[in-house]
Structure formats: structure tokens, C-alpha cells
Write a protein that binds this ligand. Structure first.
Ligand SMILES: NC(=O)c1ccc[n+]([C@@H]2O[C@H](COP(=O)([O-])OP(=O)(O)OC[C@H]3O[C@@H](n4cnc5c(N)ncnc54)[C@H](OP(=O)(O)O)[C@@H]3O)[C@@H](O)[C@H]2O)c1
Length: 335
């Protein structure tokens, strides 16, 4: 008798924050891999703010998840059986395996992971998509120079925490913006020069105080009011990296553009959006540097792991309330 897969499908397109009725829990017998396919037991599922965007029926950098389709998610698992010559039983793989316990996939887009290189959760964090986002977004788009001031929002999160630490490695003054005293204390612990609690006062005034020479690079994860404050404080030739805008993802009205965008003109600045997938051909380069910095103790990866597939709907919401401390991961199987 074949084992049973438990999976979570998108049942309805959310309006605002996703609700329990937007999901449906299903079970099915696991099918054997066909020619060229592999069967994977999923261990860790990556919960990412982007998942909220994939639930909307709107043009984006990737097609939306269809109603009745397994929710798309990056995940890490172990190959159980393979009819694909590139993978063998026992291999650990990372890629778009979905919110479920087992996946049968062709293997395109999967990456093999070396469990000896780092603990498995780190491969979803500093050595996974968030790490590569921080690396290429900051270094390729932000282009920080030693002595410059780098400000980052969502700073205690998966991407933001790494952005700040990479900026320190590159010799910058780093100012993080995060919600709450605990997160700000953590930022100081991992080497940020200053941490601003955006929930406890004016972001603009705090940023102005911490960036007396202006902001050379602003790495934006949240959009909204924080982006507007950073725009008002740009140094000449500043670069704004548009990585994300989580403050807008559950909004039921279209996002309001920053009223002060002409600050880009006045300060000869640029504001550039990017998607980490654009850098697939250079991922090896990013992973090599990130792994070396982790090994040298220059970089810390922080994961927040919640146990149980059935916790998925509530756990996803932690990203939007700020309840996650580091890369949010759902554990659904044993390593
Ligand atoms: N462009 C790309 O290729 C790419 C790739 C990966 C991620 N991203 C983007 O990067 C950003 C960070 O992702 P992540 O995976 O690192 O998530 P994360 O920062 O680990 O988690 C999300 C954090 O966002 C903050 N947040 C939630 N609602 C907010 C609001 N209304 N205003 C301000 N902050 C809010 C919360 O922190 P606080 O407690 O500090 O509020 C929360 O912990 C997201 O915008 C995501 O879409 C982009």
C-alpha cells in the first residue's frame, strides 16, 4: 500500500489577510515517480511573503497559483526514489516542492543541498533564496561602498538581517528598521550600527538622526511610509533597492505611490526593482560567498521553525504580524 500525502491547496483568492477558508486540506495516495521524475519526502517548507502575491490573480513575475492547485512554496526534502539520472535516493534537494509532505517532480529547478555544509534549515535561509536575495539585491543593485550609509527595512527578517550583515562586511554604516525592542536588540547583537523601532515613533525623525549624512543605499522590504521616509533622506547618488513592500501585500486598495519621488531627481538617485530569480545563472557565486562568511563567523543565519503541516495557515500570517524572528520555516517531516 502506498503512503499518504497530505497537502494544502488554494481554495479561494483572499481579500486582505488570508483566511482559513482560503485553504483546503487534502490527502491522496503518493504516486510512484514516472520516467524522468523523482519522489521527494519534504522536511522543511519555506514560508515567504511572496506567497501572498502568488495567491492573487494578477500579472506578476510568475503566474498565480490556480484555485485547487497545491500552494506553491520552496521546500527542502530528501529523495525517496528516482527515475531521473541526475538524482538518487537519499539526495537532499531544495526547490518549488509545494505545501505538502511528498512531491513527485521532474527535477527541473531543483538544487542539491549538501547536509554536511550547514544545518538543513540554513539552506532555506542564508544559503537559500532569502540569502541570495540579500546578496544580489544589495551588492548588484545597491552597490554599497565602504563608508556609505545603508538603511534596510524588515531588518530583523530573513532577507533584511542578511542585508545588514553583508553591508557591514562591505564596510558600511548600517541602520536597520524593525518592529519592537526585541528585534532591535537582535540587530545590535548581529552588528548593526543602529536599530530603529518603527512602531515606537516617527520613522523619518529616527532615520534622520541615525543617518546624519543621508542614506546612500536604502534596501526596501516594506514600502509605504518607510519608503517615503527613506526617500526624503537620500544622499547624492543614492540607490534604492525595491526588494518588497510587505506593508502593502494585504491591502484591499491599490498602493499609494511615494509622494516625494522627486527626491530621486534632486539627489541624482535611482530606485530599482529586482527579482532574485533573475540571478539564477550567478547563484553559485552568491552561495560561495555566503557559505564562506558563515564559516568565518561574519554572518549569522536565524531561522524560526514551526512544526506541523496543519499549522500552515496560521504560521503564514506570522509574516504579516511580525511574529516571526528570522526565516520562517514549517517543519513537516524528519531529516
Ligand atoms: N525581490 C525578490 O526577489 C524577493 C525575494 C525574497 C523576499 N522578497 C521580499 O523581501 C521582503 C522580506 O521578506 P522575508 O522573507 O525576509 O520576510 P521576513 O522579513 O522574514 O518577514 C516579514 C517581516 O515583515 C515585517 N512586516 C510585516 N508587516 C509589516 C508592515 N505592515 N510594515 C512593516 N513591516 C512589516 C515584519 O517584521 P517587523 O516585526 O519588523 O514588522 C515581518 O517579520 C518581503 O517584502 C518579500 O516580499 C523579495
Amino acid at each position: 500500500m502506498s503512503a499518504i500525502n497530505h497537502k494544502i491547496e488554494l481554495a479561494a483568492r483572499p481579500v486582505g489577510l488570508p483566511k482559513p477558508t482560503d485553504w483546503s486540506f487534502k490527502e491522496e495516495a503518493i504516486r510512484e515517480p514516472g520516467e524522468g521524475e523523482l519522489q521527494v519526502r519534504i522536511i522543511y517548507i519555506s514560508l515567504d511573503p511572496a506567497m501572498r502575491g502568488w495567491m492573487n490573480d494578477r500579472r506578476s513575475y510568475i503566474p498565480p497559483v490556480a484555485i485547487g492547485e497545491v500552494m506553491r512554496a520552496l521546500a527542502l526534502g530528501r529523495v525517496i526514489s528516482s527515475r531521473n539520472p541526475n538524482y538518487a535516493a537519499g539526495d537532499y534537494v531544495y526547490g518549488a516542492l509545494g505545501v505538502q509532505e511528498y512531491a513527485v517532480v521532474k527535477g527541473a529547478g531543483l538544487r542539491k543541498v549538501d547536509p554536511a555544509g550547514a544545518p538543513l534549515p540554513v539552506h532555506l535561509s542564508a544559503l537559500g533564496m532569502p540569502g541570495l536575495t540579500a546578496y544580489f539585491g544589495l551588492l548588484d543593485i545597491g552597490r554599497p561602498q565602504p563608508g556609505e550609509t545603508v538603511a534596510v527595512s524588515g531588518a530583523a527578517g530573513a532577507v533584511g538581517g542578511l542585508v545588514g550583515q553583508i553591508a557591514k562586511i562591505k564596510g558600511c554604516r548600517v541602520v536597520g528598521i524593525a518592529g519592537g525592542a526585541e528585534k532591535c536588540a537582535y540587530l545590535k547583537e548581529i552588528g548593526f550600527d543602529a536599530a530603529i523601532d518603527y512602531k515606537s515613533g516617527s520613522i523619518y525623525r529616527a532615520l534622520q538622526q541615525e543617518c546624519p549624512k543621508g542614506v546612500d543605499v536604502y534596501f526596501d522590504n516594506v514600502g509605504g511610509e518607510t519608503l517615503e521616509a527613506a526617500l526624503s533622506l537620500l544622499a547624492r547618488n543614492a540607490r534604492i533597492v525595491i526588494c518588497g513592500a510587505i506593508s502593502q501585500y494585504n491591502s484591499t486598495i491599490p498602493p499609494k505611490g511615494p509622494a516625494n519621488y522627486l527626491s530621486l531627481l534632486v539627489n541624482h538617485g535611482t530606485m530599482t526593482g529586482f527579482v532574485v530569480g533573475d540571478y539564477v545563472s550567478r547563484w553559485g557565486e552568491g552561495l560561495r560567498d555566503m557559505a564562506a562568511w558563515l564559516a568565518e563567523g561574519k554572518l549569522k543565519s536565524r531561522e524560526h521553525i514551526v512544526d506541523g503541516l496543519e499549522k500552515f495557515p496560521d504560521t503564514l500570517l506570522m509574516l504579516f504580524s511580525g511574529a516571526n524572528h528570522g526565516k520562517l520555516i514549517l517543519k513537516v517531516g524528519e531529516a
